[in-house]
Design a protein around this ligand. Sequence first.
Ligand code: FMN
Length: 221
Amino acid sequence: MNVLDAIEGRISTRAYLDRPVADDTIYKILEVARWSPSGVNTQPWKVAVVRGEALARLSEALLGRAAVGEKPAPDYVYYPREWVTPYKERRFQCGMDLYKALGIGRDDKDKRVEAALNNYRFFGAPVSLFFFMDRALGQGSWLDMGMFIQSVMLAAREFGLGSCPQASTADYPDLVREVTGISDDQLLLCGLALGYPDEEHPVNRYRTRREDVESFSVWVD
Ligand SMILES: Cc1cc2nc3c(=O)[nH]c(=O)nc-3n(C[C@H](O)[C@H](O)[C@H](O)COP(=O)(O)O)c2cc1C
C-alpha cells in the first residue's frame, strides 16, 4: 500500500467482523513498527497483545467497573480539565458526527452511554494491543510512543486490518496489569482495538473532519 493512502485512509474503526487475526500477522505488524524512530534509539515501547479468553475477561472486568460507577483512574490525564476554543468545538463536532453515524439522537442519553460502553467491548475487535512505557523515561519518550503507535496502525492497513486507539480501555490500568502481567513500573498509555473492519457498518462509513493546512502551518523564507 502506498504510504500516502495508508495515512489518509486510516480511520478509527468502531465495528469489526467476527474474524480472528492470525498471531503471525500481529507479529509482522510489530516487527515493522519497531523500526519507528525514538530519541537516542531508546525504543521505549512495550506492547501487550491481548486476545481470546484474556480479552473477554478484561472486557467483563471493565464493564463491571463501569456498572458499579467506579471512577476511571488512568495512569495520566489525557484531556484538559477545561476545554477552550478551538478544541472545545472540535471535540463537540467529533461527538456529533459519531452519534449521527450511529443514528443516536441529541437527547438519547441511554444510547450514548451504551455507545461509550462499547469501548469496553473493544468495538467487537478480536484483539487489543496495550502500549506501555517505562516510568523511568522522560517526556520525550511520549513522542516516540505516538510515532510507534501510528506505525502500528499504518502497518495494520497493509494486512487489511482496521484499528482504533482507545484511551478508554486504559481507564482502569490495574485491570490491564492483572490480565497482562505487566508491572506497575510501566505506564499504561492506551489500548488499540485491532481486527478486520465491518465495512458495511455505518459507524465505519463516516469520516472525521480536518482543518486546512493554512490554518495550522506558518511558512517562512
Ligand atoms: C490516543 C488516542 C486515544 C483515543 N481514544 C479513543 C477512545 O477511547 N474511544 C474512541 O472511540 N476513540 C478514541 N480515539 C479516536 C479519536 O476519537 C479519533 O482518532 C479522532 O476522532 C479522529 O478520527 P479518525 O481516527 O477516524 O481519523 C483515540 C485516539 C487517540 C489518538
